[in-house]
Ligand binder design. Structure first.
Ligand SMILES: [Fe+2]
Length: 411
């Protein structure tokens, strides 16, 4: 009698969950494998996992309680053989209060220093660390016109800030980010309201995603042409630069200019380390091209075009006329942000957003260069031991040795 060995499978999430988002699949491990173990996968299973990620953007592996944190850096290397051995945010957690990324008061796992600890609430002696006081950032601190107290009481929240995990300075963004849920809030659903007036229930603390492929698909022919011929100059030390800025209601970009830090007031920086277009008047050497930030990236797996723009960090745009080669630089911040917002906001509709409803033990792996993601949720009451908002997650995204590849339309 033949013996059938069940293999790893990647199963797209139900159609009513995915809708038109192009996002979401569940990884069913072989029955003999309780926790993700790359060493135990065949070449065929590895290929299934790779194509699943690049096609569905977000992979969910359930019931990964007790996961060794060192598996998370391995995930980075599995999808990107050029991944460095360091988190793309740097060797240590950002703790400088001048940097907007320090607001979560996160830490790193001592036995896996590439893995960040994020969440909400007091944690004593976790992983042998001194007391942690984790903070779940709220849109109320970052949006220009946040939800009113009345709306917050009704359970409304917003996407805090859409982004890829990318320092935009020195280190290139990882191909993937992994998130592991150790403790979830025990709270009723919260809600997102969209510009159309539609309301979508989401779980408290859901991570929201949209696909850059879907965002590109929604552009008009003219917008696609513009995006394909435009590169983005990000701000130097973008997360310090935007510390005092306030975002639009959808979390896509900054609402108005005027609050940016002066470039001379930023920590030491140089243009050659900023992710940017090659400077005008230069032919572009390899060091500059390494940091080239095109607007439309080619999916490393299936080759599709993805609109990948961090609208809160943009500084200038450089658009080439394909017929004449003439270059137009747009460096008025309000105009730059307005252009990016016009392109990206089309995807902010319920059917194009996937908000992951976390279960404890979930390991979520997402294609950081193919989707944009955002924190959601209002978890901001003072924390005690019985706090129903308590949340604890691991996060890992490894800096890459490979630059994003610009998508080039055929013909
Ligand atoms: Fe992130």
């Amino acid at each position: 009698m033949s013996h059938v060995v069940e293999s790893l499978r990647v199963v797209p999430l139900r159609a009513e969950v995915r809708r038109t988002s192009q996002i979401g699949a569940e990884v069913i491990l072989p029955p003999s494998m309780k926790q993700l173990d790359f060493g135990g996968l065949s070449d065929g299973e590895k290929a299934t996992l790779r194509s699943g990620l690049f096609d569905s953007g977000v992979l969910v592996v359930r019931n990964q309680q007790g996961l060794d944190p060192n598996v998370m850096p391995q995930i980075g290397r599995f999808f990107d053989e050029t991944a460095w051995d360091t988190h793309s945010g740097g060797e240590k957690m950002v703790t400088d209060s001048k940097n907007i990324l320090s607001k979560n008061r996160g830490a790193r796992v001592p036995r896996a220093p590439q893995v960040s600890i994020i969440g909400k609430g007091h944690w004593t002696g976790y992983e042998g660390l001194p007391d942690l006081d984790l903070k779940h950032v709220s849109h109320t601190e970052f949006h220009e016109t946040p939800c009113t107290t009345g709306k917050l009481d009704e359970g409304f929240t917003r996407p805090y800030r859409w982004h890829m995990d990318a320092s935009l300075y020195e280190r290139l963004p990882g191909f993937v980010t992994s998130l592991h849920s150790i403790k979830n809030p025990v709270l009723p659903d919260q809600k997102l309201r969209f510009p159309s007036g539609e309301v979508m229930p989401i779980s408290a603390g859901a991570t929201a995603f949209y696909s850059g492929a879907r965002a590109f698909e929604l552009l008009s022919t003219e917008e696609k042409e513009f995006a394909l011929n435009t590169t983005v100059q990000y701000a130097p030390r973008a997360y310090e630069w935007m510390l005092n800025c306030k975002a639009t209601d959808d979390g896509m970009t900054i609402a108005r200019s005027g609050q940016e830090k002066k470039l001379e007031d930023l920590p030491e920086w140089s243009w050659d380390k900023v992710h940017a277009f090659p400077r005008l008047g230069k032919t572009g050497n390899s060091a500059e091209n390494f940091h080239l930030a095109q607007m439309v990236w080619r999916n490393h797996g299936n080759g599709k075009p993805h609109l990948q723009v961090l609208g809160c960090c943009v500084y200038a745009l450089r658009t080439t006329n394909p017929a004449t080669g003439e270059v137009t630089v747009t460096d008025n911040l309000d105009e730059v942000r307005g252009i990016c917002h016009k392109l990206t906001r089309k995807v902010y509709t319920p059917e194009n957003i996937y908000a992951h409803r976390w279960q404890e033990g979930d390991l979520v792996i997402f294609h950081n260069r193919g989707v944009l993601h955002s924190i959601t949720g209002e978890l901001s009451r003072p924390s005690g031991d019985s706090d129903p908002e308590k949340r604890l997650f691991w996060q890992c995204t490894m800096a890459s040795g490979t630059a994003p590849v610009a998508y080039q339309a055929a013909g």
